[in-house]
Design a binder for this molecule. Sequence first.
Ligand SMILES: [Zn+2]
Length: 237
Amino acid sequence: MKSTIKTLKELFDDLFSLFFPNLCLGCGQPLIRGEETICMLCHFHLPKTYFHNDPDNVLNRVFWGRVNIEAVAAFVFFQKGSTVQHLLHQLKYRNKPEIGFRIGKWYGQELIYSDLFRDVELVIPVPLHPNKQRKRGYNQSRMFAEGLVSVMQADLEDRCLYRKVDSKTQTRKARYSRWENVENIFAVRNPEKIRGKHILLVDDVITTGATLEACARALLGVPGVRVSIATIAYASY
Ligand SMILES: [Zn+2]
């Protein structure tokens, strides 16, 4: 019976979405059933990097000679004026945490088939300063991490790595001062929880890698830890 006749809930959902359609946060078109947050067409057109299948990708080189990272990957390329920029802007400034979760789920489904990432045991988001998190209501990197662990055989760990002091907004600073700014602001508590683990450190965007490098240094101070990195986007400027 159930396969041929719509349940009351499905009927109600259809009626509801006729008047109040859920819109794709990428293109603004109504979502169809089975789509969440971002439509299939937007997903299809995302400029994916496929870095997780390439151990010599350009992002690995960002950390050469700086800190020992196992593997580095980003889901998509960041381009100005693109759907990716639009999605990231809403994730950070327009109270749309579900974008981080949705993308994390998509990327997790790719990472579980990657030789470089499939043995990750813990996923750790770059921590926001508590003041910023209070203002935004959530940590966008943690939302990405939640999406990842919903499909990967790994646990979310968001308490061990923490931010010691507030750093001024970094957007307009030169690379050198940016590095000075973040060098010593992360630390690890309860190190026994991460000892000996392969950790996937995650953030929304990677540019110079300064923040991720500072986090990785703090994590690598714990014996036996290996660190890999995954971000939503790679901005190459
Ligand atoms: Zn769309």
